[in-house]
Design a binder for this molecule. Sequence first.
Ligand code: SF4
Length: 404
Amino acid sequence: MWRYPRKRLWQCSRWISNLLPVKVIEMSVGIYIHVPFCLRKCNYCDFISYPFDAGLAASYVYALEKEMKLYAGNMPGEQRDVRTVFLGGGTPSLLSGEQLALILDNCRRYFRVRDDAEITVECNPGTVTKDKFALMRGAGVNRISLGVQAYQPGLLALLGRTHSFMEVAEAVKACRSAGIENISCDLIYGIPGQTGADWKETLDRVLDLSPVHISAYCLKVEHGTPMYKDVASGRVTPCDEDTELEMYQYVIGFLADRGFKHYEISNFALPGMEARHNLIYWLNEEYLGLGPAAHSMLDRHRFSNEPCVASYIKKLGKNEPVIEEKKSLSIKEQISETIFLGLRLLDGLDTRAFIRRYGCSVADIFAPQLKKLTDLGLIKIAENRIRLTEKGLPLANEVFMEFI
Ligand code: SF4
């Protein structure tokens, strides 16, 4: 469930006059659609989501079409060429199969979705059936990202998840029988009380299901969440950093032994099964976010939508734009983002592509930082790439700070 870093990289502005930036962009984009409903809030979650309500969900689907229509009327033709669509949340699989199909039909009506586009829907176990997957497949969905998180019932309960591992296995089976084989599983390690043996058992049981992609995230206890309060009050003891590091190193070795390529800090894929949509973020390419709280990056502007679903529906009902914050990125900011996002990839930052894009080399701007990080053994520069080393991987955030 990777998102663009939630840290606000832009300053607040009251930008509502222009819906879109002015420069024509000659490249395809990814579309992210935020579906802001969940059965209940997980204890660790700070994403924007609301309790599922069928009436509100129907109004949301209608409003989403209006937002697409507004963009379609304002975007240059080239920009409407779409190579990935990602329905994330929230829990998109709470919508009916018909609603998910309608959203994708509308995408095709208002944008040029390529025939070979990767179309992903995030699903939670317990909210999907074979029939729903079949409707998704019929609508062009070819990738499912399943929120698994852990195997042990006690850890799932601590996280506030609403499903069991048995429902995970049933969801995978239903997905396959509907003909969707590209299945990714989201996992969490570093959960309070989770042992190394728990983590190994989770990985064993998940690999029994034969996913082609795994995202393994270290739990971050976010301010304002129920888990944060539990930790602050001492009711729950957070996982220590050494255990987190051991779990991270374990998953890297475990998945490498099973043929998975570790291609991004937290992501692993069988050959050719990397998440094409998320690669757009890591390569700092362009994407359009639709739905409440969705973020976009288009033509050197980063912007985000109104987060409140009721306001989002109301504004679109009056054909008003729903962009809440917008920032024009300076060249320096674009360069910084391209470097630290690119370094998330294990293949590293392509230095020749960087020169083609910015007309200068990374060394022209950051020579002292590159020397310092190389001397510390945190990065390696070779074969036209700058990569994090094994030592640098767990210290990625410290490395990124050097380029900001
Ligand atoms: S299902 Fe996902 S988005 Fe919804 S509350 Fe849980 S973690 Fe957050």
